[in-house]
Design a protein around this ligand. Structure first.
Ligand code: IMP
Length: 338
């Protein structure tokens, strides 16, 4: 079997996603127990316990989720639909632990100015960052206010330099890979998440661009988080993995003797509530209890991966160069059997 470096995976003839690859431990590990591995990271100049962000979706990140993630040392990006900017600004004293919010392209300058007084990170939440109005908005926010800006999403790195020139500090990578995303089905756009991430990573490094990379969409389990970081992502953004937890907005529903919560795409009918073009689904996910359970599972999985891969810290994990490309049967063999 061939062991692939990142560069070789990047030049693989087909587009790849998380289930197509795995990490191959080759070295004798110097790590005695996974507790020795540190998942601490700096992201956008802030310290975090884990390289994990919550997606700014209305069924994922309200105030409670943003605060819970802050307590757990992760970053929640407050959704722009749950609360108007004006309401957020009025009530911001209650929200001391919220340090990132999403805004739409239509957010006006005076609300952004107020917002910038209270948060350090603003995410310009659009489906496609390869758009002149996104570049313009990013430039406007960066020249007028002292905040870090996240833009997105992109599937390929060709426009990365333009985003950096517009002042973007981080970019969400992934189009068509989200679990409630119907973009690819509706439009035929998008490539596998692993190939997207690697393509942007190599362009960033070859062109020596200063921008952090967020692997966004399609992350289903702690193993996918480990793969994304090993591929070089600075952090991962999660929707479905956090959906259904107690801290997400929305009611717990009992149906067929099971507890559920709603999870829906930002471009779904339920969010838009009008007959526009729809690129997202609405679904129910099993109720998972507190978000701490999910974050602990990610932390444990990541530390265990680091111990297999002989990595004491996240930077070492990011330098992984030993990947396998899985056949369909070897992917299936990896799954537990009933
Ligand atoms: P998940 O973690 O696989 O559920 O993916 C979450 C990501 O899907 C988000 O962070 C967005 O990038 C993307 N996304 C959210 N809503 C939609 C939508 O309605 N259409 C397409 N993509 C979406």
């Amino acid at each position: 079997m061939k062991i692939f470096s990142k560069n070789e995976l990047n030049n693989y003839q087909l587009s790849l996603t998380y289930d197509d690859i795995s990490l191959v431990p080759t070295d004798i590990s110097r790590i005695k127990s996974r507790a020795e591995a540190s998942t601490k990271v700096k992201f956008l100049d802030k310290d975090f316990n884990l390289p994990v962000l919550s997606s700014p979706m209305d069924s994922v990140t309200g105030i409670e989720m943003a605060e819970a993630l802050s307590d757990l040392g992760c970053l929640g990006i407050l959704n722009r639909f749950n609360m108007t900017l004006d309401e957020f600004i009025k009530r911001q004293n209650e929200f001391k632990k919220v340090n990132a919010v999403s805004i739409s392209l239509t957010a006006d300058e005076s609300s952004i100015a107020e917002l910038a007084e209270h948060v350090d990170i603003i995410c310009i939440d659009t489906a496609n960052a390869n758009n002149l109005s996104v570049l313009k908005k990013c430039e406007e926010v960066k020249t007028k206010f002292k905040v870090k800006v996240i833009v997105g999403n992109i599937a390929h790195g060709k426009s990365l330099k333009d985003l950096v020139n517009a002042g973007a500090d981080a970019v969400r990578i992934g189009i068509g890979g989200g679990s409630v995303c119907t973009t690819s089905v509706q439009t035929g756009i998008g490539i596998g998440q692993v190939s997207s991430l690697l393509n942007v990573l190599f362009i960033r490094d070859d062109e020596k661009l200063d921008i952090e990379l967020i692997a966004d969409g399609g992350i289903k389990n702690p193993g996918d988080v480990a793969k994304a970081i090993a591929l070089g992502a600075d952090s991962v953004m999660l929707g479905r993995m956090l959906a259904g937890t107690r801290e997400t907005p929305g009611e717990v529903i009992k149906y067929n003797d099971q507890l559920w919560k709603k999870y829906r795409g930002s471009a779904s009918f339920g969010v838009k509530l009008k007959n526009e073009f729809i690129e997202g689904e609405e679904t129910m996910v099993p109720y998972k209890g507190t978000v701490k359970n999910v974050i602990d599972a990610i932390s444990d999985g990541l530390k265990s991966a680091m111990s297999y891969m002989n990595c004491l810290n996240i930077d070492e994990l990011r330098n992984t160069e030993t990947f396998a490309a899985l056949s369909n049967s070897s992917f299936l063999e990896r799954l537990p059997k009933k």
